[in-house]
Design a protein around this ligand. Structure first.
Ligand code: FES
Ligand SMILES: [Fe+2]
Length: 324
């Protein structure tokens, strides 16, 4: 995991008012709940008293109450009450505090800050510059038994298209990979495919390729990706890391083909079935990759077409080392 990043971890609608959501993300067991204002709280899902899961408790006002002996904690993890000691107790109970995690939501996505609280930024990674409320979208999810780095790389991989997707988006046997050109501008990694039928020609090096202006792939660290199919259609995926071997992909299909939102929502609805077929083609193979997590230093024998993946690994490594 890269430190000091906002990770998109689950859809906002999964956290209901008055209920505590137990989720495993970023190798952490978390309890998420809503305050009376509707804002989110996120604390470690383990009571400091005798280790019970707080998520089995209840929401009481702006606190959650442990199901075992009733200790209460607010959204900052501060222990506000130990019933056994009585409401009138004046004992300093700060040693019972649980760890809390900064949490925000935007565009229907919950983000958790993984890192030092003093380094929290205001910038939640998304593609606000490409989609807005004039689009309709549908969302599906799937669990992959893979490290999130592998599922991200798969979405930047133009070499696999004619193989894994030979009968869908990779139709046409375009096995020869030109480039591809891949760029990182400090925020966004961008690339596009320019594969061709192999007729004996030499593939063009990345330096002679350009990124397609209409159909391209964008990735923003740490875990959000977009396929810009065209101005009207986009696929956005956030790859929620569960632990070192599991990832949940949330896949959105955005549509703005028509001026009528209803028509757009119908197209978005059907678009998700196409996404499901493609995603399952990828999943079948990506979950077999070993080692589970990718890394810049590896024994893999890469080809030129893996350029975007090398770029991803290079930036990821720098971020992990706190260099970017
Ligand atoms: S374990 Fe939570 S109150 Fe005792
Ligand atoms: Fe794929």
């Amino acid at each position: 995991m890269i430190h000091n990043q906002w990770y998109a971890i689950l859809p906002s609608k999964s956290v209901k008012v008055g209920k505590i959501s137990a989720i495993k993300r970023l190798n952490l067991s978390l309890a998420l709940f809503r305050l009376q204002s509707g804002e989110l709280g996120c604390v470690a899902d383990q009571c400091t008293h005798r280790g019970a899961a707080l998520s089995k408790g209840i929401v009481k006002g702006n606190c959650i109450q442990c199901p075992f002996h009733g200790l209460e904690f607010n959204e900052k993890g501060k222990c506000t009450l130990i019933p056994a000691n009585g409401k009138a107790s004046i004992e300093d109970i700060s040693r019972y505090n649980v760890k809390s995690y900064p949490v925000r939501e935007k565009n229907g996505i919950v983000y958790v800050w993984y890192g030092e609280e003093s380094k929290v930024t205001t910038n939640l990674p998304f593609f606000d510059d490409f989609v807005d409320e004039s689009y309709s979208y549908s969302e599906i999810e799937d669990h992959w038994n893979s490290h999130y780095s592998r599922s991200v790389e798969n979405q930047l991989d133009v070499v696999h298209l004619p193989f894994i997707h030979y009968n869908t988006i990779g139709k046409g046997n375009k096995t020869l990979v030109n480039g591809p050109k891949a760029e990182f501008d400090g925020t966004t990694l961008r690339t596009s495919a320019s594969n061709q039928l192999d007729e004996g020609q030499t593939p063009k090096p990345a330096s002679e390729c350009v990124i397609n202006k209409t159909t391209f792939l964008n990735f923003r660290f740490p875990n959000i990706w977009m396929n810009h199919i065209n101005e009207q259609l986009k696929v956005i995926i956030y790859f929620a890391p569960v632990d070192d071997e599991n990832t949940i992909l949330y896949i959105r299909f955005y549509c703005k083909i028509s001026k009528c939102m209803f028509i757009n929502s119908i197209i978005a609805y059907f678009g998700k079935f196409g996404n499901r077929v493609i995603e399952r083609q990828d999943k079948r193979i990506v979950i077999t990759q070993m080692p589970k997590a990718s890394s810049l230093q590896s024994n893999e024998k890469l080809v030129s077409g893996d350029g975007p993946i090398v770029l991803y690994r290079t930036i990821r490594e720098k971020l992990k080392n706190g260099e970017e």
